[in-house]
Design a protein around this ligand. Sequence first.
Ligand code: AVI
Length: 320
Amino acid sequence: TTNKGLALVDLDEDGVDRAFRADVLEGLAQAQKAVPARWLYDDAGSQLFEDITQLKEYYPTRAETEILTDRGSEFADAIGPGRAVVEFGSGSSVKTPLLLRCIEPAAYVPLDIAGDFLRAAAADLSAKFPGLPVHPVEADFVRRVELPGEVADMPKLGFFPGSTIGNMVPRTAVDLLRTMRETLGEGSKLLIGMDLIKSRKVLKAAYDDAKGVTAEFNRNLARRINRELGGTIPVDALRHEARWSDDLARIEMHLVADDDMEFEVAGRRFALASGESIHTENSHKFSRRSGNTLLLAGGWTPVRRWLDRKERFSLILAEA
Ligand code: AVI
């Protein structure tokens, strides 16, 4: 995904993304250095994430696809026809057609901040579903989005697959769920993917694969900082680590320094002592209860839940 040059990105006179620089400089100044996970997804990072979804260790994409493939008639019964499907972060998803083909939607509204990506996804969908009105909206869905007038009177179904909600800390996740409710309105439904708590071994392998694709995805963030913010981070001296926090029920990605190091970013000096890290991502995992509680805190009442055969991943239907 790229969103460079679009109105939603604020570049300075040198073409530097101001929000990226501010997040990185603030995050590197903390005692536990951290960079928000959204910055993992430049062009190279988005491609690496696509590669991750194909790995044998990375089960979430396959498990969620299995649910959408196998349980179509149950989705049709629970959701009903005639809804405008609003997808939050449309991506290049193969999952959307699986949902649309079973529920007889009235319209499809993909929301994404990356305009070029969004239009390609919309065109692709239109070709697959001739006759289905498609209304792409270029927007950052962390804020309330004004939906197109054409779908104003239709009942809505929000679709947020992939367990992307798990990449947010609970406070941010609740804010997003509330914002989604405002965007979709009273009487709406939401179909949301949530990855489940499981054995540490399976989780750690999913985030530290044998081929090292996830390690490269993680290190790509440091490469991006060097390239876009004039950084001198010795990327190859940083080790990828996927840590399971049992207290917080999340996998954390870190870039760990095995030796003391000093580097510059945007003209400022930083240091990592041996063993210290930059925290680059959280991927929260849910139980039935913790998923339900999160939804309720965000203003959504869970009404149904589907799991894959191996019970690794859940899709939850909730009502506003
Ligand atoms: C996009 N998101 C749901 C992925 C996840 O599983 O948390 C991102 C990812 N990070 C490492 N591998 C995949």
